[in-house]
Design a protein around this ligand. Structure first.
Ligand code: SF4
Ligand code: SF4
Length: 487
C-alpha cells in the first residue's frame, strides 16, 4: 500500500516543499453522478436525519418516566432506548453492544473492505455535507478555478464568508442535536432559544460546533489518512477475497488519450480503456489515484467508479473499468482463469456466527432480565446482639431495586435460620403482619432489617441465610445470600 495523493485538482496552500515535510494539498473533489453517489446521498440523508431528529421522537412510558424515545438521563443514572431502560449496574449491555458493533465492522470489512468508512462513518458523512456546501457556494473545482482568475476580491470574500457561515450553522446544529440526547429535547430547545439553558449544554454545543467545523470543514481526509486507526487495523483484517474498489488494469492498460489509443488499435497494437482523463482522481475525496492500486487513503466510497463510468459511457465503452472487485480476479482475468467471488469464507462465517451468538445472548438477557433486585450488607459491628430474652439478633441493610414504572410492595422473608423473625426498622407490616417494604417506581430503597431467633445455635455460629423480597402483587422474587452470626 502507498499513501499516494493526487496532484490533480489540488491547490497548494502551504509554503515550501522540503525533503522532510510536504505542505498539505487541499483537495476539492468534483461533483459526480451515478449509482454510488446516489447511495451516498441516501445514506447521508438517513443517518443525519436520524441524528438530528431522533431526540424529538416520543415514547410513552407512563407518568413516572420520561417520554423521550432515546435519552441519556445522567442525573438519575438511566439510559432509555425506546422500550429498553438500562440502569448503571447493567452497563454490560453497552459492552455487548460495542462488541457487536466491532464484529459487524469486521464482517463488513471481510465482505467489502472499508464500506463503513466510505458510506457511514460520521467523518465521511459530515465531510461529504461540508463539501456539498462548498460546491454549492463556490462552484465545482473547474468553475472555481476559472472564477478565481476573474472574481473580485469582494466576491471571493463574500463567497468565503457565506461558506464558513453555512459550515458553522451545520456545525452548531450538530452540537445542538448532541445535547438534546441528554435532556427532554423540546424543553431544552426552548430553554436554549431563550438563553436559559444549563451552562454545560452551551459548553458542549461550543465544543462540538468547533470540532465539527474543524474536522469536517478543514481537516477532512486528513482525519481518515492520519488520525483514524481503522485503516491500519482493517489492512491487517482484510484478505484477497474482500471486494475493494479496484482499477481493472487488465482492461485499462496501457492507458492513453482516446485518440492515441484509437490510433494504436488501428495499427493492431494494444490499447487500454483508460483514457487517462484523471476524472477518477478529481472525484476522489481523499485525493487518491486508484490506478496505483489499493491504498491506505482510499475509503472505498465508490465515487471514482461513478466518475469513470460517466467517462466510459461518453466514449462508448463498457462501464466498470473501476469497480468493486478483487486484485486476485483481475489477475485471473489477465491469465484467462475463471474469476471467483467467495462471500462464504471461514472469516465471514465466523464473524456472522459470533454476531448471532453475541446478539442472541444480549436478546436473551434482555428478555429475561429481572425487574427487581436485592443486595444485602451485614452490620460489621456488632456482628450480633444477645437480647435480654436470650434470643440472638443480627442487623442488615437491604437495598431493594424496583425497575418497574409503578410502585411495588415487597414482602421480606429469610431462610436458613431456624425460628427466625424478621422486622423492618420503621416499616409497617401488612394486614397479615408480614414485614413489607414499599419501593417507588423506577427507584431503589434502602431498608434496615433485624433478624432474630430463639433457637439454640452452635458455638461461634455462622449460618447461611438467604433473604427473599417477594413482590406482593406480581409474585416475582429477588434473593440475596449472607450469614447469620451467633456467640
Ligand atoms: S476516470 Fe477512468 S478513464 Fe479516466 S483516468 Fe480514471 S480510470 Fe482512466
Ligand atoms: S479512490 Fe475511489 S473509492 Fe477510494 S476514496 Fe477515492 S473515490 Fe473513493
Amino acid at each position: 500500500m502507498n499513501m499516494a495523493t493526487s496532484n490533480a485538482q489540488v491547490d497548494e496552500v502551504g509554503a515550501e516543499d522540503g525533503p522532510l515535510y510536504e505542505a498539505r494539498r487541499k483537495i476539492y473533489p468534483i461533483a459526480v453522478h451515478g449509482r454510488f453517489r446516489k447511495i451516498k446521498w441516501a445514506l447521508l440523508a438517513i443517518t443525519l436525519g436520524i441524528y438530528y431528529l431522533l431526540p424529538f421522537v416520543r415514547w410513552d412510558r407512563g407518568p413516572n418516566a420520561p417520554s423521550q424515545a432515546v435519552l441519556v438521563d445522567l442525573a438519575n443514572g438511566r439510559f432509555y432506548f425506546f422500550f429498553i431502560e438500562i440502569w448503571p449496574q447493567e452497563f454490560y449491555y453497552l459492552t455487548g453492544l460495542l462488541i457487536l458493533a466491532a464484529l459487524v465492522l469486521f464482517l463488513m470489512n471481510a465482505v467489502a473492505g472499508r464500506i463503513w468508512c466510505g458510506y457511514l462513518c460520521p467523518q465521511t458523512v459530515w465531510t461529504d455535507l461540508f463539501q456539498a456546501i462548498e460546491r454549492m457556494v463556490e462552484g465545482d473545482p473547474r468553475e472555481r478555478r476559472e472564477k478565481l482568475k476573474h472574481a473580485s476580491r469582494a466576491q471571493r470574500a463574500f463567497e468565503a464568508a457565506s461558506k464558513h457561515t453555512l459550515w458553522l450553522m451545520v456545525a452548531w446544529w450538530t452540537g445542538g442535536a448532541w445535547v438534546l440526547y441528554f435532556a427532554d429535547a423540546p424543553t431544552l430547545v426552548m430553554q436554549l432559544l431563550k438563553g436559559e439553558g444549563p451552562a454545560i449544554a452551551y459548553v458542549w454545543i461550543g465544543i462540538l460546533t468547533f470540532t465539527t467545523y474543524v474536522l469536517a470543514g478543514h481537516m477532512r481526509e486528513q482525519v481518515c489518512t492520519y488520525m483514524c486507526p481503522w485503516p491500519r487495523i482493517q489492512a491487517a483484517l482484510t484478505d484477497e477475497y474482500a471486494l475493494n474498489v479496484t482499477y481493472r488494469y487488465d482492461r485499462g492498460e496501457p492507458r492513453g488519450s482516446f485518440k492515441k489509443t484509437q490510433a494504436l488499435k488501428l495499427q493492431g497494437l494494444p490499447g487500454g480503456d483508460c483514457v487517462d482523463c484523471n476524472q477518477c482522481v478529481a472525484a476522489c475525496p481523499t485525493g487518491v489515484d486508484i490506478r496505483e492500486g489499493l491504498q491506505l487513503g482510499c475509503i472505498q466510497c465508490g465515487l471514482c467508479i461513478d466518475a469513470c463510468d460517466t467517462v466510459m459511457k461518453k466514449i462508448n465503452r463498457p462501464t466498470g473499468l473501476i469497480a468493486y472487485d478483487t486484485d486476485m480476479n483481475v489477475q485471473a482475468r489477465q491469465q484467462g482463469r475463471p474469476t471467483v467471488t467467495r462471500l462464504l469464507r471461514a472469516r465471514t462465517v465466523l464473524y456472522a456466527a459470533l454476531i448471532v451468538v453475541v446478539g442472541g445472548i444480549m436478546l436473551t438477557t434482555l428478555a429475561t432480565r429481572g425487574y427487581e433486585g436485592l443486595s444485602v450488607i451485614h452490620d460489621r459491628n456488632p456482628l450480633f446482639v444477645q437480647l435480654s430474652d436470650g434470643s440472638i439478633r443480627n442487623a442488615y441493610t437491604l437495598r431493594l431495586v424496583n425497575k418497574e414504572l409503578s410502585s411495588r410492595q415487597f414482602q421480606i422473608a429469610v431462610e436458613g435460620v431456624p425460628d427466625a423473625t424478621v422486622e423492618v426498622v420503621g416499616g409497617v407490616p401488612d394486614a397479615q403482619g408480614r414485614p413489607v417494604v414499599a419501593v417507588g417506581p423506577d427507584q431503589t430503597y434502602e431498608a434496615r432489617v433485624l433478624v432474630s431467633t430463639h433457637a439454640r445455635l452452635p458455638e461461634n455460629a455462622s449460618l447461611g441465610i438467604t433473604f427473599h423480597a417477594t413482590d406482593i402483587e406480581g409474585g416475582r422474587t429477588a434473593s440475596a445470600p449472607d450469614h447469620f452470626k451467633g456467640p
